[in-house]
Design a protein around this ligand. Sequence first.
Ligand code: PHE
Length: 488
Amino acid sequence: MKDRQRWSSKMIFIFAAVGSAVGLGNVWRFPYLAGKYGGGAFLIPYVLMLAIIGVPLLIMEFAIGQKMQVGAVNSFGKIRGKLSGIGLGAVLCGFVVVSYYAVVMAWSLLYTFYSFSLKWGVDTKDFFFNKVLHLSSGPADIGFISPQIILALVIAWVLVYFSVWKGVKSVGKVVLITMPLPIILLVVLLIRGITLPGAMDGIIFYLKPNFKALLDLEVWSAAMSQIFFTLSLAFGIMIAYASYQHEKSDIAKSAIITSLMNSGISILAGFAVFSTLGYMATKSATPISELAASGPSLAFIVFPKALSLIPFAPVFAVLFFIMLVTLAIDSAFSLVEAAATVIHDKYPDLRKEDISLYVCVIGFSCGIIFASFAGLYYLDITDHFITNYGLVIAGLLEAIAIGWFYGAEKLRKYINSVSDVKIGKWWSILIKFVIPVLLIALLINSFIQDIRTPYEGYPQWAIFCFGWLVLIVVALLSYLFAHFSKEH
Ligand code: PHE
């Protein structure tokens, strides 16, 4: 067997892990969730979920990859042949995510370009929906494919491809820029934001705790899926990345550093976003609650408008969108690397450059549908279902596989034999009992909600095709793969 590729240093490994974790989720998902679910009080479920589920699972994923020295599929396959289906499920979920994540990266590239002239004008909503997306009247009206988005999507994929083409060798170099750069830009935007008039109102909106929100199960569910998404858990990414570490490298400290940096950046992003919204609210006499939108609306409608009100607007607009592009790229290529690692484990004679190319071409092709005039609707539905179910189920199965088949205590002994920070028995209890029980409870809760009210009022057929069906296909492929896997 050929020697496995290695990260050039421990620091580069952490750069890559943080690069994957810190993405659009930190800047547009976290602040929005905090604003919506109880302000400062949201930090309670968030931190609890981070401590009880996030950090232990991240330690687990780092440990499996590093111990087994292979990607997600074979890591579980080495425990028991049929468990390899769990790894495949995780990687497939990641694949679905990257197909639409790249589309968001494509919008960000277009907007970087538009920023120089603030091309969106006054009506940023009209610009985004009608001029950029050509958004149709509903999911049933697919319209055409938007040529400018496809062009930007090709550029996004070319950038992703050249970041991962030589596996960790090229990733290790690219993350030296793509990890720190968006953080530096975020700090610049943060300083600009908090020095604007009205910033304080925004920050108060962001942090003022509403403890009543904690009584709502939905808040806990939101905190949990955010933790999965933000730490890039249950996609096979962290397993793949850790498999390029030497077997004796530290685990626990790396996982703790990655989690703390990631959440720290989310909280900072909240200050940057809400201070700017506070300013905009003051200037346009609109309540902040009306401005605090999630995802695409925040980044492509509200922010362009807020940025155009600031002196030297084009400068800050360009910085903002370059930040989005660089935030997204290392998350996107980490998903490609997770898939490429799995394929390379299976076919070691194929060249890494070729494998990465296939993954990118397939990822691009699957994403074309999200560049259609109804793409935003599909993207929204798929994202909801993959993050609320796909990831959570993959994480649940991973914890069960380690807790009950491999042996949590056995993995803990390995972790402690290589780590500076020792982890106690509590970790095994969390993996074996607490995490599975919590995940099952929250899954049931999300399921009941989705059955009761169709997500965002979309038509049932659309929810079925872009939500449930995607999950069913992922599950079926993983099941078949497991079924035909040989026991070692
Ligand atoms: N962690 C990234 C974020 O917060 C998103 C991501 C999810 C990246 C899944 C890779 C895989 O935006």
